[in-house]
Design a protein. Structure first.
Length: 287
């Protein structure tokens, strides 16, 4: 099974090092079964944490990597890891089917993963600061980009109110707000709630991928967000019956146990299934 080293766009501190190097392995049948079973019942952020933890072999000097560290990764780093996982497991090309919001016509869209991945950011550091004005008042805000842990913390509230969940996530990322006179501000002004998400997006652009598209039918332009976590998990979670039919076929003809078959990547499993189909079509015997 091919393991690869990739560079995260953001990274995180490990001891006195700032780490961006990560080692991944492809998704196997074990992860596909997880997505079909217990993973299907988890909120999206938690599902992503579990999927990445299973396939992330090393992060900087840390090996193995636990879920706690995966939760600490920025949203952009987690999106990048999912795109790399998708590339390792299913290849570079992504095919999507979209509907134009203007005329409603269906349109095919082919994406290349390398076009979606951003290079490492120029900045490196856990905390950042910015100044935000609210009328004649100016505030200094010390903050960090949202992480997987922040997303998971906001899950419960999101079911009741998306706006409240977004505000909770924002507040978790703020370390300190001070006024011009140096006094600490506890009640966040509306200007900070409105402007800080934009600053965060600038620092972690991989976190929100926006596709700028033009409809070939009506020539209308529109922007579509691409959520790697949602797309990759749905793509990997094939139909349950079809998944177990594939496992059954390999077990029946090759006499492998289930654990051995689930340990194969989807690509390798498909190669064996294609070879088996060719053999059966020629009237050959397996086993």
């Amino acid at each position: 099974m091919q393991n690869v080293e990739i560079s995260l766009p953001g990274g995180l501190p490990v001891g006195d090092q700032w780490c961006r190097s990560a080692w991944l392995r492809p998704v196997t049948g074990h992860e596909e079964e997880f997505l079909l079973q217990e993973g299907r019942l988890l909120p999206a952020a938690m599902r992503v944490t579990h999927l990445i933890t299973r396939c992330l072999l090393r992060l900087g000097p840390v090996e193995p990597v636990g879920a706690e560290m995966v939760r600490r990764l920025s949203v952009g780093d987690r999106e990048a890891l999912l795109l790399h996982l998708r590339h390792l497991t299913l290849g570079e090309r992504i095919s999507c089917l979209l509907a134009c919001p203007q005329c409603g016509k269906k349109m095919d869209l082919d994406l290349q993963i390398q076009e979606l991945l951003l290079p490492p950011y120029a900045h490196a550091g856990r905390l950042h600061e910015t100044e935000i004005s609210d009328g004649d008042k100016c505030y200094r805000v010390v903050f960090r980009p949202p992480s997987g842990e922040d997303q998971e913390a906001a899950v419960g509230l999101a079911a009741q109110s998306v706006d409240s969940a977004a505000e909770l996530l924002l507040r978790r990322c703020i370390e300190q707000v001070t006024a011009a006179d140096g006094e600490t501000v506890s009640d966040l002004p509306e200007a900070i709630l409105q402007e800080l998400p934009k600053k965060m997006a600038e620092l972690d652009p991989q976190a929100e991928m926006l596709l700028d598209l033009t409809c070939p039918e009506c020539n209308a332009g529109f922007i579509v967000p691409f959520d790697a976590g949602d797309y990759v998990c749905r793509e990997l979670a094939v139909q349950e019956r079809e998944f177990y039919r594939e496992v059954h076929a390999l077990s029946f003809h090759y006499h492998w146990n289930e654990d051995a078959i689930l340990g194969l990547s989807r690509r390798k499993r498909q190669i064996y299934l294609d070879l088996l189909a060719d053999e059966l079509a020629r009237g050959g015997r397996s086993g």
